[in-house]
Design a protein around this ligand. Structure first.
Ligand SMILES: [Zn+2]
Length: 488
């Protein structure tokens, strides 16, 4: 038997009692009984793992139990156990006057109140990417008062980002995204701390970057990073708020420690370049905004311990249809990273798409005479060519047009006379390309084809060109296309 004193704000959960007599021989037993009798109090004070949230301190008499035996500290009938709210720095108010005013609409919610707002202030959230998803997520988390925001992004702001990456403005084009992010987030809320990591997250730095944070928000746009982040979060037991977008469809879920991971759903990534990235496939900005704010909301719920986070389901959103579906999701006991017998114990980078050519082919290529460079108007030595400069080579037998998009894209339309070798197969199909003739590589916006022409040149093809701007620029200049079997 011991007497537990409860903070006054929680008396609404204890039938208005400020002190409750409970049985038990240790502090842990005493608290267990308290929570058993008042489940609403438990919901406020413990997290999903039934652990006491970090902003509470338990005292036995006038001594913090951390200085005794922690939760295993013995109690007797005469023991007085005090539940105290941790104060920043040990004294002073949790929130300043300015913060109380700024966050008043949060605090009015019963699920937040002053203590929840203080928990948001104490929380550290890492955003992977300051792009389409990361921008709205970061803005709303900063506005909500999440005290420490980390931003990982190795890119610079590009004009083509601004259509969806609302954290950056026209004046930021060319600047590192993390710098622009930090400036705009602090302009929105000077009470927070923004830590920037101007790097691309990979297997080498993932554990170190993720470790100091409480919740990870994934806004990456490629499979290598997605798997690295997933594996690192499982290994470090960090909640991962995940979302991904492809054109008009999105998938999202929350991976809480012990409740399954991205690999449980998709054990291995698709072949390199078989799925177009966002830059390739296109996306309406509001779509990224929609999912990024969903991520911000789930993150706030995790920090507050409020409601039911999407940790047992996959949320599917179809923007064109305007519909949502949720699918049940479970941990896969044989998952390679979060299963019973994990085989992935450290994050690793996915194998690179551009392997070297086989040795005999490389030799053959080295000995073959190089074709003359294409007489393009811009720069005869250029690796990439503009649509207008090479349009006259359509149908010319000595020039190879190679379209590296996927079949469904190629079937919709392509440049007349072009051959189809998808990016995912290009390294296996080098032999189908004639090294004695120039090759022009084509895709939608010129990203996959840039990688393909690089792979070809690395393998020894001396006249491999990338069609700059891809079919998007080609179409814009109204150059010839075959669509559905008919020229237009
Ligand atoms: Zn898993």
């Amino acid at each position: 038997m011991a007497r537990i004193f409860v903070p006054s704000v929680y008396r609404k959960h204890t039938e208005d009692q400020s002190a409750v007599d409970v049985r038990g021989t240790t502090v842990r037993h005493a608290l267990d009984e308290l929570f058993h009798r008042f489940p609403a109090l438990a919901e406020t004070m413990v997290d999903e793992d039934r652990e006491l949230r970090s902003y509470y301190n338990i005292y036995l008499g006038d001594t913090n139990i951390q200085d005794l035996s922690g939760l295993d500290t013995q109690v007797t009938e005469a023991s007085e156990v005090w539940v105290l709210l941790a104060m920043a720095g040990g004294s002073g108010p949790l929130l300043s006057e300015a913060e109380l005013t700024r966050y008043s609409r949060n605090i009015l919610l019963g699920e937040v109140d002053v203590l929840g707002q203080s928990a948001l202030k104490e929380a550290r959230v890492l955003l992977i990417g300051a792009g389409g998803l990361g921008s709205p997520a970061a803005l709303y988390l900063a506005a909500a008062g999440v005290g420490t925001l980390g931003v990982v992004d190795g890119d610079r702001v590009d004009l083509s980002n601004l259509q969806r990456q609302v954290l950056h403005t026209t004046a930021d084009v060319g600047r590192p995204k993390v710098d622009s992010a930090r400036e705009h987030l602090l302009a929105l809320n000077p009470h927070i701390d923004v830590r920037v990591h101007p790097v691309l997250m990979d297997a080498q730095n993932a554990l170190e970057l993720i470790a100091p944070y409480d919740v990870i928000v994934n806004g990456c746009d490629n499979f290598t990073t997605r798997y690295v982040v997933n594996d690192a979060c499982v290994i470090l037991k960090k909640p991962l708020v995940d979302a991904s977008i492809l054109m008009w469809e999105a998938q999202a879920s929350v991976y809480m420690p012990g409740k399954g991971c991205y690999r449980c759903l998709y054990p291995t990534p698709p072949p390199a370049d078989s799925v177009p990235s966002c830059a390739e496939a296109g996306v309406i900005g509001a779509m990224a905004g929609h999912m990024g704010t969903w991520q911000a909301l789930e993150t706030v719920k995790i920090i507050l311990g409020a409601g039911s986070v999407a940790d047992d389901r996959l949320v599917l959103f179809n923007a064109l249809a305007g519909t949502y579906r949720t699918l049940k999701r479970r941990r896969n006991p044989s998952c390679a990273v979060c299963g019973e017998q994990p085989t992935i114990l450290r994050p690793y980078d996915l194998p690179q798409y551009c392997q070297a050519a086989p040795a005999d082919l490389a030799l053959e290529l080295a000995e073959a005479p190089a074709p003359p460079p294409l007489p393009v108007w811009t720069d005869p030595q250029a690796d990439d060519v503009r649509p207008a400069d090479v349009a006259s080579f359509v149908g010319v037998p000595d020039v190879q047009w190679i379209d590296v998009r996927e079949s469904y894209e190629f079937d919709r339309y392509h440049i007349p006379g072009s051959r189809h070798i998808p990016m995912s197969e290009i390294t296996q199909r080098f032999r189908e390309i004639d090294p004695r003739q120039p090759a022009i590589l084509v895709c939608t916006v010129g990203q996959r084809s840039a990688r393909a022409s690089y792979a070809l040149r690395r393998a020894g093809f001396r006249r491999a060109y990338n069609l700059r701007g891809g079919l998007q620029h080609w179409i814009n200049e109204q150059l010839p296309l075959v669509s559905g079997g008919a020229a237009r």
